[in-house]
Design a protein around this ligand. Sequence first.
Ligand SMILES: Cc1cc2nc3c(=O)[nH]c(=O)nc-3n(C[C@H](O)[C@H](O)[C@H](O)COP(=O)(O)OP(=O)(O)OC[C@H]3O[C@@H](n4cnc5c(N)ncnc54)[C@H](O)[C@@H]3O)c2cc1C
Ligand SMILES: NC(=O)c1ccc[n+]([C@@H]2O[C@H](COP(=O)([O-])OP(=O)(O)OC[C@H]3O[C@@H](n4cnc5c(N)ncnc54)[C@H](O)[C@@H]3O)[C@@H](O)[C@H]2O)c1
Length: 471
Amino acid sequence: MDYSHDVIVIGGGAAGLTAAGGCALFGLRVALIESGAMGGECLNTGCVPSKALIAAAARAAEARVEERAGVTIAAPDIDWRGVRAFVRRAIADIAPHDSQDRFEDMGCEVIREHARLTGPKTVEAGGRTLCAPRIVVATGSEPAVPPVEGLAQVPYLTNETLFDLDERPEHLVILGGGNVGMEMAQAFRRLGSDVTVIEANAIMGRDDRDSVAVLVAAMKAEGVAFVQGKVNRVSRQGGGVSVEVGGGTTLLARHLLVATGRRARTGGLGLEELGIAMGDNGIAVDARRRSSLKHIYAIGDCRDGPRLTHVSAYEGSNVALEIALGVPARVDWRALPWCTYTSPEVAQVGLTESEARKRYGDRVTVVREPFDDNERAIAEGRTRGHIKLMLKGKKVVGASICGERAGELLLPIGQLITGKASTFALGSAVVAYPTRAEILKAAAFSAWEPTVFGTCPRRWAGLVQKMRRAR
Ligand SMILES: Cc1cc2nc3c(=O)[nH]c(=O)nc-3n(C[C@H](O)[C@H](O)[C@H](O)COP(=O)(O)OP(=O)(O)OC[C@H]3O[C@@H](n4cnc5c(N)ncnc54)[C@H](O)[C@@H]3O)c2cc1C
Ligand SMILES: NC(=O)c1ccc[n+]([C@@H]2O[C@H](COP(=O)([O-])OP(=O)(O)OC[C@H]3O[C@@H](n4cnc5c(N)ncnc54)[C@H](O)[C@@H]3O)[C@@H](O)[C@H]2O)c1
């Protein structure tokens, strides 16, 4: 077969860029096809704008507390256009990392067209037919809009439109208390909107219940309202929307944000015609991210599985290694980290307590260290939250951290879970004082405390002292 490329990558988000860039750096002939903005969701409508908005909101929140630590500051004056410009600048400043120029410099042929699979090894894009022995589908996901009566007839926001708002919402009703709903609820509240979150099930259902309870209490204290229930009906009401929730609650809002999860973007790609198997929500893949046609890979949000930027990038580098070097690269989710960037942050790596108990039963012990024992947190007056380590014997199988900048503390725990480091090594490390990271040492040492100060070492210490006294 006459191949135009060694690999064709469809999608220029975190997953596709990592796969394409990796293959190009190994010297492969790579076609990278992107129909929209380079950088995909994370850069344009996801992580980057949301984290910039959160940063603006944090500045406002600090100023809302008139007096703290003996320092009085003026109430915030929020200029929505200024906030929006800050968000756009963050996107523009990061855009060069994901740009067409950068990937062309790496050696990719970048094609800015819609792509479609026309055969097992052929892809049509912009009137050209490309052909390669390996194809990587990395087409991402889109907001999953629930089948709520009337929703299609009212104007609503999703992450694809939220960051372009011309005005700050007076009252923002958010459908869904997942990562998007919670991050955006706190950010908009801090920027001056009234905010109500409607959640049908558990708030942030994938996270540790103790961490989520601390966050919900903090957000309620800041004035975010929570309604538990399923939305039955939505209708137009004056210039806004009326939202009817089961149990008889009706909310009126100027703006409605739908943040009820994601649906893999797989339509119109020609997958059905090729007989590629689908999972519950996306392309079905094996541990090497191969679809049912083994030379066609599916990575990132478009396949069934976790949807996070670092997961997309991890899968992208795995398939780049596999395609370039011919060695199988399987995903390993034992130490999968994620973090919700609220204040306090809710961070997780590996199993939550309930997952660990379900998997290992009585063999699990949970070590808990609160931040109000951490001297940096005390000195700063920010002691909210805790760390929980889930242990099987002395081996860590998961950790849940809730607190300021909790996400920054995840990395060493991932190393404990994969066995690249040990609780003993971390528990006996020298940690700079005073840092919030000392909580990691304290938690890891807790696993060893009963052993280190147990009967045998105490007897031995007694013997040493006795011999010393006798001399
Ligand atoms: C508000 C929000 C905040 C988030 N915050 C975080 C966070 O803080 N941390 C985190 O880890 N994750 C976060 N996420 C999730 C993260 O954005 C996604 O998991 C990640 O961007 C997915 O990357 P991807 O490459 O798989 O898909 P995408 O980024 O969606 O990229 C797919 C690309 O494929 C292109 N494409 C699709 N079909 C075709 C076609 N037929 N031809 C050519 N091109 C095509 C699309 O235009 C798109 O650019 C957030 C998500 C949202 C919505
Ligand atoms: N900090 C981060 O890492 C971060 C931030 C934002 C988004 N993300 C990723 O983006 C993805 C999307 O986030 P998301 O918040 O949209 O999805 P999600 O799956 O995290 O949460 C959606 C929530 O909506 C609720 N829901 C669904 N239908 C409902 C209905 N009809 N009425 C009321 N509630 C309903 C669900 O019970 C769920 O709690 C996630 O996969 C997440 O991993 C990550």
